[in-house]
Design a protein around this ligand. Structure first.
Ligand code: AHR
Length: 666
């Protein structure tokens, strides 16, 4: 990964003072393609500390099967298809009579569940033992990835009917070998009872499946079978139901996100019916009581990664939570029903919807004496979370949306005048929907944050770096809540990422109105995704690809100051793209350079009125093959010569130069 930059740094340009000569310039015989003159006394807009963030949606098995480390798929037998006519798929993830030696049956039931939130369970009837029920995890073959030396917490709910004998629980590899201790359970209650938690102590590593070997005969009901690692992200007192997958959280953490948008995205609207709209109240408290729900990406959500976990993750990562709730409008991009189906202000369902917004804000910000603040305290967090903003709807538009937005916004601001509301311009970068939204916003909602989304071809990102230069400066703030450069193949590529990087310099230059930006989607499980490209790919055990887009997000997010430093002259067409900023606390000046072109560029950055440290400057460079899914990253220490730094930026290369002001007024 190292070494590339050494080749790209060229000898220093001998500059007179801090200015560069006019006319053609040469850097040790090479023409200077781009001169960037910065003046420490010329400062632009403040850059919000929320500027670069993340958007987490449960798509591509990001939550269950992803960051939420439950190893049992369909642990409470609730699996349904998300069609307008949902069909139960009780045994998704499960194999019955796994050993093929027993005789019996496993039948879905809902007649008398232990939790009305999740009514499905199974009745196991064994006529010939041993009869084995197994869960493979999230793939067709055994896929519970166990880390050697770690412990796994296991429990289940059961109700005895007339079963006699033990149920022996263990972890096995795909060859039928037991790789853990065995836990033998005797059922002793004809009522629903929780058995466990038990510990599988330090099983051998590798891919496993969970087996429940019924050694007796007779029948019992079974529900909520859970197996989770104990070694996870999160402090146990704040993560009472278990933490998150540490490798994925670490990858998010290293982006230093300023905010996390959650939970969608399209899943906010549910799977084509109001009843499946994402209801945050279903996602807190005891995992067994979280009403599972299908999403329009085609799978069930256990809500193990629910709203409390989301707020806690934000706090752990120092990110501001930016929740988005349902506006009572079903997914418009996939609408197959008349607009009369939308919720309407004044109706009981709309009033309940408004209450959900107010209750969520109280859950996050109310003191522990309030109804919802008390629930937050009971869930392990007596102090409020840092909620300041809330999104009303995702990618909605049209008269019904603006009507609903207006009503929800009024109710939120009446109760919580300090909360900023976020509206949407729909799913497209331009066109009638986007124009209509901007007319509304500029006329009526100048206090709003506006969430714009665009998934466009890479060239669009290069030709639109000046998009926000001409937007009105009237108080409206921009949130680019979802964006990504899409190759025709929809593959992650370095070229897509460097086009995103080019565009991001334009976002940063417009930090007076652009306040937040997040790439989308964030996570994808290999072999189980519904959308590509994505920022981070993983499988059951590890991260498989920190994509080029991830590296760009991290490079930008971790190298941004607190104020824009406008260059003396705006970049010329065909120049590389760049943006500079100064951190007024640390005195570090960051200059981002992006060359999305096939020709190398010689760049000189000069710093006027700057008393710079002569040591400690750095250049981090990322480069790669255009179509590659991986990148090369290098770091070097360029010399500062007469107040300027010179770099040669190779083809398809992005870099950040850092220099530091000496002590004194920043
Ligand atoms: O990011 C994937 C999807 O793209 C989101 O769910 C939706 O908001 C957008 O259309």
């Amino acid at each position: 990964m190292r070494g590339h930059l050494q080749k790209t740094i060229i000898p220093m340009l001998a500059l007179m003072g801090t200015s560069c000569p006019s006319g053609p310039d040469f850097v040790s015989g090479n023409a200077v393609d781009v001169q960037i003159r910065l003046d420490v006394n010329t400062r632009g807009a403040e850059i919000a500390d929320t500027f670069y963030g993340l958007f987490f949606e449960d798509i591509n098995y990001s939550a269950d099967g992803g960051i939420y480390p439950e190893l049992v798929r369909n642990r409470s037998f609730e699996w349904k298809t998300p069609d307008p006519e949902p069909k139960l798929r009780t045994l998704i993830g499960w194999t019955v009579n796994y050993n093929k030696a027993g005789e019996g049956s496993v039948e879905g039931a809902t007649a008398s569940p232990f939790s009305t939130a999740n009514p499905a369970y199974v009745t196991v009837s064994v006529t010939k033992a041993p009869y084995v029920i197994a869960n493979r995890g999230f793939a067709a073959t055994p896929d519970m990835v166990l880390n050697p030396g770690e412990d796994y917490r296991f429990y289940f709910y059961a109700r005895d009917k007339d079963y006699s004998g033990n149920i022996v629980c263990a972890l096995e590899n795909g060859d039928g070998q037991t790789i853990s201790n065995e836990i033998s359970v005797t059922l002793n209650s004809s009522e629903w009872k929780k058995y466990g938690p038990f510990t599988f102590s330090s099983p051998s590593g590798g891919k496993a499946l969970l087996v429940l070997r019924c050694e007796g005969t007779g029948a019992f009901d079974l529900d909520f079978v859970s197996l989770m690692p104990t070694n996870t992200w999160g402090n146990a007192s704040q993560w009472p139901h278990g933490g998150l997958r540490a490798d994925i959280v670490e990858a998010l953490k290293s982006v230093k996100p300023g905010f996390i948008r959650f939970p969608g995205g399209c899943i906010v609207e549910g799977a084509y019916r109001h009843e499946t709209a994402y209801q945050w109240k279903d996602t807190i408290g005891a995992p067994e009581e979280r009403r599972e729900n299908s999403n329009l990406w085609g799978y069930m959500m256990s809500y193990g990664m629910g709203f409390h976990e989301y707020f806690q993750l934000c706090e752990d990562l120092g990110a501001e939570p930016v929740p988005v709730l349902y506006a009572g409008i079903l997914c418009q991009a996939r609408r197959d029903r008349p607009t009369e189906a939308d919720y309407h202000p004044g109706t009981p369902e709309f009033n309940a919807l408004i209450q959900d917004y107010l209750d969520l804000i109280e859950y996050a910000t109310g003191d522990a004496g309030t109804t919802w603040g008390a629930k937050r305290a009971a869930n392990g967090h007596p102090d409020p979370f840092n909620l300041k903003k809330i999104g009303i709807g995702n990618e909605n538009w049209g008269a019904n949306y603006w009507r609903n937005f207006d009503a929800i916004r009024s109710a939120v601001l009446a109760a919580y005048p300090g909360i900023k509301v976020i509206t949407t311009t729909g799913p497209l970068a331009s066109g009638g929907i986007n124009d209509e939204a901007w007319q509304k916003i500029n006329a009526l909602y100048k206090d709003a944050i506006v969430d714009e989304h665009y998934y466009m071809e890479p060239s669009w990102f290069l030709t639109n770096t000046r998009r926000y230069d001409s937007y009105l400066r009237n108080g409206v703030q921009i949130f680019v809540g979802e964006y990504a450069a899409h190759e025709t193949s929809r593959a992650n590529s370095w070229y897509a990422a460097i086009c995103e990087a080019s565009y991001m310099t334009g976002l940063e230059r417009n930090a007076d109105i652009v306040k937040m930006a997040s790439y989308a989607p964030l996570l994808a499980r290999e072999g189980m995704f519904q959308w590509a490209p994505d920022m981070i790919w993983f499988d059951g055990g590890s991260i498989t690809n920190l994509t080029p887009s991830y590296h760009i997000q991290r490079l930008f997010s971790t190298n941004t100051g607190t104020v824009v430093m406008p260059p003396e002259k705006a970049p010329k067409t065909g120049d590389l793209f760049h943006a500079s900023s100064l951190d007024e606390q640390t005195g570090v000046i960051y200059t981002k350079l992006v060359n999305p072109f096939p020709k190398a560029k010689n760049v000189v950055v000069s710093y006027a009125n700057a008393d710079l440290e002569t040591e400690g400057a750095s250049v981090v460079t990322i480069s790669g093959e255009k179509n590659s899914r991986s990148v090369s990253i290098s770091e070097d220490a360029p010399s500062l010569n007469n107040g300027a730094i010179t770099v040669r930026l190779g083809p398809y290369t992005a870099a950040v130069i850092q220099v530091r002001l000496k002590t004194g007024p920043k």
